[in-house]
Design a protein around this ligand. Structure first.
Ligand code: NIG
Ligand code: FE
Length: 387
């Protein structure tokens, strides 16, 4: 496999604390990096760089790890701009609009869904996302959910079964019957195509007992667990995620000090999704509060047609810094190493030797420009290792 040396990197963020300034960011000034098509082979000072088959001078710009977007709902049809406009005129989000997307998605052909998903995946990629987690959850039928996880699998290895996204219309008077279906046959159909299971555990959606039931069945089927919780209210979902050892608990807009205390002493990552607060015009969770409590924080786009039609990770970084009390470095870490931890991936989100060669060449001398020039095109080139 050919090796390639990137030299004259003005500022290299490795996220490997054994490197460079030995901070969490593992930052090296005047750096160089050698990769092959799959892995990082060497990182260090430009002056110590070894020979390689190919040579690229990046002219003093910054290089950072590729973004790991650990929470998206990328496979859907239709759009909900009318609902967004209504919210911007004062209406509240309660999750009800999901059913509109379910109708549109059920009507779409496999090719239509594939091409809509590809468009969004390309937009995310251009913004610097090199790994995307993708959930099902917009068909809510036996065959439909299977179709969604199969399509998601064409775009990612990190696919999540979210049959328990909401109760579909045909089960409006039999929610228990729907939970039975999700935890039974639907799970059995989807399990071979996914790594993860998730439930929208929140006020007015699925309760803690329903979520526990689905997740325990998913675990029995060999899946790993993650959970939507505490977006709409203090639903008890954070406690459930910790109880079940979920890799990540996502949203966490409403959390108590007790939740933070518990999160700080376990492996469960808190994934904050500021695109949702932005698009529902609701107060952001304080990232500062989580970090000061010692909680591991990830940030993700939550790309979905209802609450966060966001396909640009730089916006998420800017929101976290400007609205959630996070420093630029904390936000950058949360969209790289944090996202990787939320997916239990040690090979992603950093540029230490042996990591996947997923990295971004910025059109900027420092990574801070990702937040400093919001809306600008700071990500110049995206390199993604062959899988
Ligand atoms: O993560 N919270 C649940 N699911 C999505 C929203 C789904 C929708 O409104 O379509 C979210 O915000
Ligand atoms: Fe979500």
């Amino acid at each position: 496999m050919a090796t390639r040396l990137f030299a004259n990197i003005g500022e290299l963020t490795t996220n490997d604390p054994r490197l460079g300034d030995e901070s969490a960011m593992g930052r090296i000034p005047n750096a160089a990096m050698v990769v092959d098509e799959q892995r990082v082979l060497w990182v260090g000072s430009s002056r110590d760089a070894p020979e390689a088959d190919e040579f690229t001078d990046v002219d003093g710009v910054a290089v950072v790890p590729g973004f790991v977007d650990s929470h998206t709902h990328l496979v859907f049809a239709g759009e909900r701009s009318t609902e967004f406009e209504a919210r911007m005129s004062g209406e509240r989000y309660d999750g009800g609009g999901i059913l509109e997307t379910v109708d549109a998605t059920r009507r779409a052909t496999r090719d239509e869904l594939r091409s809509a998903t590809a468009t969004r995946a390309v937009a995310l990629r251009k913004s610097g996302v090199t790994t995307i987690e993708i959930k099902s959850g917009y068909e809510l039928t036996l065959e439909g959910e299977q179709r969604l996880v199969e399509i998601a699998g064409e775009f990612s290895d990190e696919v999540t079964f979210l049959g328990a996204h909401t109760v579909p219309k045909e089960f409006a008077h039999d929610r228990e019957g729907y939970v039975d279906l999700v935890a039974g046959e639907m799970l059995t159909n989807c399990a071979p195509h996914v790594r993860w299971a998730d439930v929208f555990c929140d006020t007015g959606v699925f309760g803690v007992d329903e979520a526990r039931r689905v997740l325990l069945c998913a675990r029995d089927a060999g899946l790993e667990l993650r959970l939507h919780a505490n977006q709409l209210g203090d639903s008890g979902g954070v406690g459930l995620a910790i109880e079940l050892g979920c890799a990540s608990v996502d949203h966490c807009t409403h959390v108590s000090d007790g939740d933070l205390d518990a999160l700080s002493s376990c492996e469960t990552v808190a994934t904050l999704l500021p695109g949702a607060e932005f698009s529902t015009r609701t107060p952001y969770p304080s990232g500062r509060r989580f970090l000061d409590a010692g909680v591991t924080v990830a940030l993700a786009t939550d790309c979905n047609p209802g609450t966060s039609y966001v396909t640009n990770m730089s916006l998420i970084i800017a929101l976290a810094v400007r609205e959630m009390g996070m420093t630029v470095d904390e936000a950058l870490w949360a969209v790289t190493r944090g996202g990787a931890k939320a997916l239990r991936r040690d090979d992603l989100g950093h540029l230490g030797v042996g990591a996947r060669a997923d990295f971004l060449i910025l059109d900027a001398p420092r990574a801070a420009h990702l937040a400093y020039r919001p809306g600008g095109n700071v990500v110049h080139q995206v390199f993604r290792a062959t899988r």
